[in-house]
Design a protein around this ligand. Structure first.
Ligand code: WTA
Length: 644
């Protein structure tokens, strides 16, 4: 059905759009024929201390080397702050909306610049220098953005850890990149509840000897333990500091940040992004995909703990001088109309959220949406997982009153910014399709042997050439970078996603083809959940797969083999769920746990996840070839006892 639904570009949008169909074609052509020239021109959208003369220097073969704008010198915070002072110093940079509907804040570019400079000075006073790593474990408050930009200003590499992660998850991320400072808050707020960030941090820091100082922002005002000499209140640290601070000159290829993300194996990887290319990509994509116009209110509902928050709450919109709305709360509190109440209150023009939120709100019908005035909305965006056509159409019809183009943006932590997406004034949309690549992006489909597939096809989604926002390495482990992304299909970047391409050349992302799952838009490695489960004394073995879930897109389905002699009880099931929440964080809570006396393994001992996925999805009629199993009988046992 969806393939046939084509929603044409609206003439009134195309007329005013930054990019119409003709311009899209011209840009695509220009980026393909002379990337150096195209990107040298686009690089001018950000502020350089020394503009680059070398543009693209990338190689996907051998040891893989990716460099963009390599002889350029810049500081990311200058693009986001200083250069706006003369023209829009009094414009709101960050429009903060609190969890509690009564609370909001407006921070102008001038104020934001001042706050960032003060914190930069404080960081320098604590001894933070270019190249040092600083961990940020914050709620969605203005200080989170200030902390990121202050790190950028002094040349420190920030590593933001999502505030919903457990002390253990925080500790392992701090350890991996040997952060020397942690910036956190007393507590966070979400949906009327408090999140004990400082207490979590204290627990994590028991195993993080690299941390010398902790800066604590006062948010809820609750009393928290402060360790003498190590812990400092943000206010006290910054109060006496001057309101200006010299930006550290950074090479375009100097790191800007590390962001940990889940892969199919092992511990989360520290995805490393550098300064020049990332900033150009963030600005280019924010500007064009959202057809951003001067003075508009732009709202991305992500958390700064994820890449979407990095690129599309902080760096992209601020580089473009936008007013970026930062929301502390959740879509369902105090009620399911909260998103639309905020849209009406702040007259939001561009709204960017995740399919899981759309599906959850859709369940409540049109009432909560219709109650609020959405006439300010102009563009709607979606990100994080495939959006099913039903949810897409509801978003388009009910939320956007069929006026607003929907941009379904496909990208990854690794890609730094959007790669495949419609452009509002140029691309006819099809509900459920991320449509076409942006200029300069070269996606392709390959079969499992790496053979390129032409025309209408379905296969593994790869990228044949580099774009400026691409990750450069895995922090501290370049070999893992090469192995993970460039070894499956030689000379190509492998995304881990599967996709279909239709007769119009449109891409339809079908989901991950590796052992990564997307749970409510949060990326999770099944291996991480498995290792949390087997760390419990009663668990002998665990296998985790994704299962279809109406709201979350995918849920977490765990097969657990208990240690001999341990009884499978309801109490133990609950205990294991709580255990995983404690080990990783609430986002990793298993939705289903099935007791599995045995797991389907090959004779060489490899778990056949394909079978486990099918059983979890209740697709047990076509299990495929099970003849290579060491003990085919376990399959029937698992089918019979499937969790419904
Ligand atoms: C999935 C989030 C379909 C995909 C920006 C990708 C999507 C993973 C879309 C990256 C989309 C993201 N349509 N799938 N529009 N956007 N994905 O690193 O599986 O948290 O590989 O980055 O999310 O998740 P990550």
């Amino acid at each position: 059905m969806a393939d046939d639904t084509l929603i044409a570009v609206k003439p009134e949008i195309a007329v005013k759009a930054r990019i119409n169909a003709a311009r899209h074609a011209a840009m695509t052509q220009a980026a393909a024929t002379d990337p150096d020239r195209f990107w040298a021109e686009e690089a001018k959208r950000i502020a350089w201390i020394k503009p680059p003369t070398r543009i693209k220097n990338t190689d996907f073969s051998g040891t893989v080397s990716i460099k963009w704008f390599e002889d350029g010198v810049l500081n990311a915070s200058v693009s986001c702050l200083d250069r706006h002072l003369a023209t829009r110093g009094d414009q709101v940079a960050i429009l903060w909306e609190g969890d509690d509907p009564g609370s909001d804040l407006k921070v102008t570019y001038r104020e934001l610049h001042e706050r960032v400079c003060k914190l930069s000075n404080a960081l320098r006073r604590l001894g933070v220098k270019k190249g040092d790593r600083v961990c940020i474990y914050m709620p969605m408050i203005v200080e989170a953005a200030v902390a990121m930009l202050a790190c950028a200003r002094v040349g420190a590499v920030h590593s933001v850890v999502f505030g919903g992660f457990s002390p253990d998850s925080l500790a392992s991320r701090i350890q991996d990149s040997e952060c020397i400072v942690l910036i956190t808050a007393d507590e966070g707020r979400r949906g009327g509840r408090k999140v004990p960030l400082k207490a979590n941090a204290d627990e994590a820091l028991r195993s993080c000897p690299s941390i010398r100082h902790v800066i604590v922002a006062r948010n809820t005002g609750t009393a928290v333990a402060m360790q003498d000499g190590r812990d400092h209140w943000w206010d006290a640290m910054t109060a006496g500091e001057p309101a200006t601070a010299e930006p550290e000159p950074m090479g375009a290829e100097d790191p800007l940040f590390i962001l940990y993300t889940s892969g199919s194996t092992g511990k989360p990887k520290g995805v490393l992004h550098t300064t020049g290319g990332y900033m150009v990509w963030g600005s280019f994509t924010h500007d064009n995909v959202f057809d951003y116009r001067e003075g508009e209110i732009y709202w991305c509902t992500a958390d700064v703990g994820w890449v979407t928050g990095h690129t599309y709450i902080v760096y992209g919109p601020l580089a473009n001088g936008a007013t970026t709305l930062m929301f502390e709360g959740v879509p369902s509190w105090p009620d399911n109309g909260r998103f639309w109440q905020v849209v009406a209150k702040h007259k939001v023009n561009i709204f960017y959220t995740a399919p899981t939120a759309i599906r959850a709100l859709m369940r409540d019908g049109d009432g909560p949406v219709k109650k609020h005035d959405r006439s300010s909305l102009r563009i709607l965006g979606s990100v994080g997982e495939p959006i099913n056509p039903e949810a897409w159409l509801w978003y388009y019809r009910v939320v956007g009153d069929e006026r607003c183009p929907v941009v379904d943006t496909w990208w990854q932590t690794e890609t730094g910014g959007i790669l495949i997406s419609p452009l509002p004034g140029a691309t006819a949309q099809k509900p459920g399709s991320a449509t076409l690549p942006l200029p300069g992006v070269k996606p392709a489909l390959v079969d499992n042997d790496g053979k390129l597939l032409d025309g209408t096809a379905e296969g593994n989604l790869v990228l044949l050439d580099s774009w400026p926002g691409q990750m450069r390495t895995v922090y501290g482990d370049h070999e893992r970078f090469v192995q993970t992304y460039f070894s499956t299909f030689k000379g190509m970047y492998f995304t881990g996603d599967g996709a279909r391409r239709d007769a119009d050349g449109y891409y339809w992302i079908t989901g991950r083809v590796d052992d990564v799952i997307n749970v409510a838009g949060h990326r999770m490695g099944t291996a991480e959940v498995e290792s949390a489960l087997v760390a419990h004394a009663s668990v002998a073995e665990a296998a985790v797969v994704g299962m279809p879930h109406d709201i979350k897109g995918q849920g977490i389905y765990a097969y657990v083999t208990l240690v001999a002699g341990v009884e499978p009880t309801e109490a133990l099931r609950k205990e294991l769920v709580a255990w995983v929440r404690k080990e990783i964080g609430p986002i990793a809570s298993p939705d289903a746990i099935q007791w599995a006396p045995g797991l389907p393994k090959t004779r060489s001992g490899k778990i056949m996840r394909r079978i486990l996925r099918k059983i979890a999805a209740n697709e047990t009629s076509g299990l495929g070839d099970t003849s290579t199993l060491a003990d085919p009988a376990v399959v029937q046992e698992l089918i019979d006892n499937r969790v419904k």
